[in-house]
Design a protein around this ligand. Sequence first.
Ligand SMILES: Cc1cc2nc3c(=O)[nH]c(=O)nc-3n(C[C@H](O)[C@H](O)[C@H](O)COP(=O)(O)OP(=O)(O)OC[C@H]3O[C@@H](n4cnc5c(N)ncnc54)[C@H](O)[C@@H]3O)c2cc1C
Length: 482
Amino acid sequence: MSVTIVWFRQDLRLTDNPALTAALHTDGRVIPLFIDSSADPLPWRDGAASRWWLHHSLKALSAELARRGSGLVIRRGPAERALRQLITETKADKVVWNRLYEPAHIARDQAIKREFKQQGVAVESFNGALLHEPWQVLNASGEPYRVFTPYWKALQRSGLEFPLSDAAATLPPLPDTLESVPVAELGWLPRMAWDAGFRPVWTPGEAGAQHQLERFLETALADYTTGRDFPDRPGTSRLSPHLHFGELGPRQIAVAVLGRMRHFPSECPESQAFGYLREIAWREFAHHLLYHFPSTAEQPLDARFNDFPWTADDGPLLRAWQTGQTGYPWVDAGMRELWQTGWMHNRVRMAVASLLTKNLRLPWQHGARWFWDTLVDADLANNSLGWQWSAGCGADAAPYFRIFNPVLQGQRFDPEGTYLRTWVPELNRLPDRYLHQPWTAPPVVLREAGIELGTTYPLPVVDLKQSREAALAAFALLKEAN
Ligand SMILES: Cc1cc2nc3c(=O)[nH]c(=O)nc-3n(C[C@H](O)[C@H](O)[C@H](O)COP(=O)(O)OP(=O)(O)OC[C@H]3O[C@@H](n4cnc5c(N)ncnc54)[C@H](O)[C@@H]3O)c2cc1C
């Protein structure tokens, strides 16, 4: 009887999981495996928020596999050693997995593939994470795209409809003898309970992802292109961590959104369906860029920025930004939402990134690292694209050097201060007109609101106008020199 190991990584689902489907077609034994890769020499190890997610997601996957008569074998890495050991124990003749796109993962997986094939073990990999593979969507000269709009057009031409496979109702049983590390022993939950704010807002796992998708389709998709800009509304799908861990694939999303557009056109007009799929396409584009330009996680895509005059490493400014103590309430609200829930609304991500890289002129890599540790949706492709775009050194950067004004952004996208008051409660009693710039409030208003600037809430850490001019001057010099 054939024995196939299904190596789960960022594809923690049973529905439309191409590697699992292929293993089940062999009609032999199927061994679902997860490897704790912390022992592999990978440059971007999961951050603390990702480990929290992974702990809960693996528990959910184990339970779903067990409900269907199988189970999840969890082993400690390095990956190659763990796989080799399991092949010996089970006499497996085949290993399957869904592909990853981080450069170090690609290198590791290729080495493992070569090694096992030489030893007579079949290895096959699949696309479980993207609409289309990065090497399939290329421009007329066969080159990768660097600008989003033509990429999005090409992606649509490649097709947004896919046949999906259902989750199997039953799975072949596991041999009794296989050892597995209990999830709790992997030590991924925090020792100090900083996750209290995570628990009420997230349900890691495939069922949580499906539920979140249905909620979004029914309540927010109809008004997505407007609602997505307002962080006080549940106007976006909040599917990013589910997508990162593959609890739901983008193909499932595309099929669900297009299906809704067809069956309920008045509730889901084409503009909204495609407005949402366009964001899913940004995720594809990010993976496309990381695949074709693998150094973008560390280096600016626009090489001129290697010479950008970043401020010398400033511990106190970085710390003020990380802890939501910059004195700019819109930015502080975002940074505190991030710390407390592991997520931040996209509109606010752009503003906090702009303040860090333009006004404080700290290197974008500092921000990317902090996001990497604190986001539950930390994703090397999306995070690198988001930071490089914000710093102005990435693909599709605005032709002018865009600097967000956190006061105007807050006034426009949170006019009543609902979002801001949730995350910066010490400003609760300030009238709306001063909320986004408390330093402009007359002393009597501050006193009545119980605020002492510099004590109960910080004064701005940087002058917006001066720092903006300094950033523009630095950019102008860069343009002149190159
Ligand atoms: C500085 C910065 C850093 C970021 N880091 C990450 C990150 O580590 N992980 C991450 O998933 N996203 C990142 N983003 C992109 C975006 O902010 C999040 O994907 C989005 O806020 C997730 O919320 P949502 O699922 O409700 O999004 P929705 O608006 O519902 O969008 C649906 C999905 O489309 C994808 N998407 C949406 N916008 C983008 C975008 N600009 N770039 C790439 N994919 C996108 C995401 O997978 C998202 O889940 C970053 C953006 C910025 C500006």
